[in-house]
Design a protein around this ligand. Structure first.
Ligand SMILES: *Cc1c(COP(=O)(O)O)cnc(C)c1O
Length: 441
């Protein structure tokens, strides 16, 4: 019997961990039971290389319907001309866009990793960075994109792509300003610049109407994950503006043809057979995201983040960017209290509050000894936590911090186990009052 396989015991243990703790990692969320059901379906048995109506294998009449539904819903959600729902992840989606538009050696201008950018935007450890020439722009002291620097670097380096995207940035980007830079520099050089937005973190806020949509501000491409604020299965998506053509025929290399160039870059360019069980789950999630309740959810994410940020500041924490305009909060624990981000992360983990240590734009040691922790409200908001619970959360964070300060990193937390256990019990009690979809209490 498969149910005897220890794998299922481990899954049960993970269900317990998720239920008893509070998830503050801003890139995580909880999917609905319908999304879970679609993912666990027999669609995983099917090969369907190609696109709807143009498959390399037979027997795809149902798969075609499912993928078309996912595409249509995604287009509606983001007001896009076209959607490719096949990328296996956010990283794959980004690589496919670079591959669709750039030649090896071409320059891509993106937010640098220390400023809040993502690994896939040119970190030297990635394959993309070995192929393309990434140039990084930073953030200003008050935590906004340094648009002047972006403009200066664009004039100097003539990028083929200007990329706006991040995983630790708390402001709403000025997409119009970026478009103006691209238009001006493109005019000077006579080369079209692709405007790409990687909205992996904030796509759900865009869908929910509480964040600007880059595709409505002249951007040609938007990539995203589907498992963060969109609350779908683990995966990626690429939305494009332009003329949709036959992906089996090579189109001219123009911005207008971006939808077709991207389709060809996903398959056969960088991936094989699509994960149609995941695409079905994406379709289910997109339909959920189109509902009025999802707009309420998106607004609640931002409101929760605002309340949590303000309370943390009231309790003495210094926040990067002095607060947040989205779902993300970056706490400078080093400056506030002389505590290392990693040490604080470990202590919070012990009380059932999960988040991650994160470098700050000003960190010299980079990701090795980060001075901050990054947290966010999407998962907690899905569970139903609101203002009252946000205030409690901030209070626990302050108590854990005081324990860290009292203990000191050298001595460690062992002597403070009873205090941590007391907080852990409070966290667990609250968490169990907010069940997770698909997990039986
Ligand atoms: C999470 C994230 C990704 C990568 O997504 P994966 O699915 O983990 O590959 C890419 N870009 C940004 C901005 C992200 O936040």
């Amino acid at each position: 019997m498969t149910t005897q396989d220890p794998v299922f015991n481990i899954i049960a243990a993970e269900e317990k961990r998720q239920s008893e703790g509070l998830e503050l990692i801003p890139s995580e969320n909880y999917v609905s039971e319908n999304v879970l059901q679609a993912m666990g379906s027999v669609l995983t048995n099917k090969y369907s290389e190609g696109y709807p109506g143009r498959r390399y294998y037979g027997g795809n009449e149902h798969v075609d319907q499912i993928e078309n539904l996912a595409i249509e819903r995604a287009k509606q959600l983001f007001h896009a001309d076209h959607a490719n729902v096949q990328p296996h992840s956010g990283a794959n989606a980004n690589e496919a866009v670079y591959f669709a538009w750039c030649q090896p050696g071409d320059t891509i201008l993106a937010m640098s990793l220390p400023a809040g950018g993502h690994l896939t935007h040119g970190s030297p450890v990635t394959r993309s960075a070995k192929i393309y020439n990434f140039v990084g722009y930073g953030v200003t002291e008050d935590g906004d994109i340094d648009y002047d620097e972006m403009e200066r670097l664009a004039r100097e380096h003539h990028p083929r792509i200007i990329l706006v995207g991040y995983s630790a940035f708390m402001k709403l980007p000025d997409f119009d300003r970026v478009k103006k830079i691209a238009d001006e520099v493109g005019q000077e050089t006579g080369e079209e610049i692709l405007l790409m937005a990687d909205m992996a973190h904030v796509a759900g806020l865009i869908a929910g109407g509480v964040h600007p949509n880059p595709l409505e501000h002249g951007f040609h491409v938007m990539t995203s994950t589907t498992h963060k604020t969109l609350r779908g299965p683990r995966g990626g998506i690429i939305l494009t503006m332009g003329k949709v053509g036959n992906p089996l025929r090579k189109p001219e290399h123009t911005l207008e043809n971006i939808p077709t160039l991207v389709d060809r870059a996903v398959f056969p360019g960088t991936q094989g057979g699509p994960l149609e069980h995941i695409i079905a789950a994406k379709a289910v999630a997109f339909e959920e995201d189109l509902q009025p309740e999802f707009r309420e959810y998106a607004a609640a994410i931002v409101e929760n983040a605002r309340v949590l940020a303000a309370e943390l500041q009231r309790l003495g924490f210094t926040l990067q960017g002095n607060g947040t305009e989205n779902h993300l909060i970056l706490v400078n624990v080093k400056d506030s209290f002389g505590i290392d981000g990693k040490f604080y992360e470990t202590a919070l983990d012990q009380v059932g509050l999960t988040l991650n240590a994160n470098a700050l734009p000003t960190d010299k040691g980079g990701a090795f000894r980060p001075s901050g922790v990054r947290l966010g409200t999407p998962a907690a908001t899905t569970r139903g936590l609101r203002t009252e619970e946000m205030l409690k959360l901030a209070g626990w964070m302050r108590r854990v911090l005081d324990i860290c300060v009292a203990a000191g990193e050298e001595a460690g937390l062992d002597a403070h186990e009873p205090e941590l256990a007391a907080i852990r019990a409070e966290v667990k009690q609250l968490a169990l009052n907010f069940p997770i979809p698909g997990i039986k209490a």
